[in-house]
Design a protein around this ligand. Structure first.
Ligand SMILES: Nc1ncnc2c1ncn2[C@@H]1O[C@H](COP(=O)(O)OP(=O)(O)OP(=O)(O)O)[C@@H](O)[C@H]1O
Length: 234
């Protein structure tokens, strides 16, 4: 579904990610772990076409997409849920969700209704709050808006950047359960950045460790759980 080879990304005159190699197979949940500043968000944003200064190979659904715009990647089915959530506070929840649909380039009303019904099925709180301004919602509910907006875009691959930032532990469990359901019921592939390592490991098929802008190791959750030497890499 996604393969990244010798990928470099950063900001004007600030190189961050160096020579990254990673892949996400269809239907896989893959986590990317690393300390603050390791470059996880930069890698995700680079792959998603948000940053200008990138080079290397990115293949998505068998097409070479390095350098493609975010807009074209969304139309192909890659969607980023950014760490900062990016909800539009003065718009209602329903309007925020609709933005995701429009960003996917779809315009058929029937498809909108179908995606909306499925999304509200996963996130019933958004149905209850659909006429409220997103800025009035709690942090956890705003995270649900951000994920819901991504689902309205009809993703095949979700890039989820620290979805549980600032959330209570029970909400972290809810988000991990949602990720698992989306994989099982929608066949979604997920690349997940998460600081709650234990909870992310429980839902992941594979894991990458990132340090100093480099991917330093690939492991299964089992290997990571039982190998002290892998943790020492950090
Ligand atoms: N807009 C920017 N301009 C310049 N440097 C940036 C910018 N955003 C991030 N950086 C730098 O890039 C490096 C990697 O940051 P990044 O956010 O990718 O790390 P991260 O692993 O996602 O960390 P965290 O877990 O804190 O989100 C850091 O040194 C950071 O200061």
């Amino acid at each position: 579904m996604l393969s990244v080879h010798d990928f470099h990304a950063g900001y004007p005159s600030v190189p961050v990610v160096s020579g990254a190699e990673l892949r996400v197979e269809r239907g896989e949940i893959v986590s990317l772990f690393g300390h603050n500043g390791a470059g996880k968000s930069t890698l995700m944003k680079g792959v998603f076409g948000v940053l200008g200064d990138c080079r290397g190979e990115v293949r998505f659904n068998d097409a070479a997409v390095a350098g493609a715009s975010t807009r074209s990647l969304m139309r192909r089915g890659m969607v980023l849920v950014p760490q900062e959530r990016g909800v539009f506070p003065s718009l209602t929840v329903a309007e925020n969700l609709r933005m995701g649909f429009w960003a996917s380039g779809e315009s058929a009303r029937a498809e909108y209704d179908r995606r909306l019904a499925r999304t509200l099925g996963y996130l019933p709180i958004l149905d209850e709050r659909k006429d409220d301004r997103a800025g009035e919602l709690s942090g956890g509910q705003q995270q649900m808006v951000s994920i819901g907006r991504a689902l309205l875009a009809g993703p095949k691959l979700l890039l989820l950047d620290e979805p549980s930032t600032g959330l209570a532990p029970n909400l972290v469990d809810d988000i991990m359960a949602l990720v698992t359901r989306l994989r099982e019921e929608e066949g979604l592939s997920v690349l997940l950045v998460e600081q709650n390592v234990g909870q992310a490991l429980a839902v992941s098929d594979r894991v990458y460790l990132m340090k100093g802008g480099r991917i330093i190791h690939e492991a299964t959750p089992d290997q990571l759980t039982w190998s002290r030497s892998l943790w020492d890499l950090f």
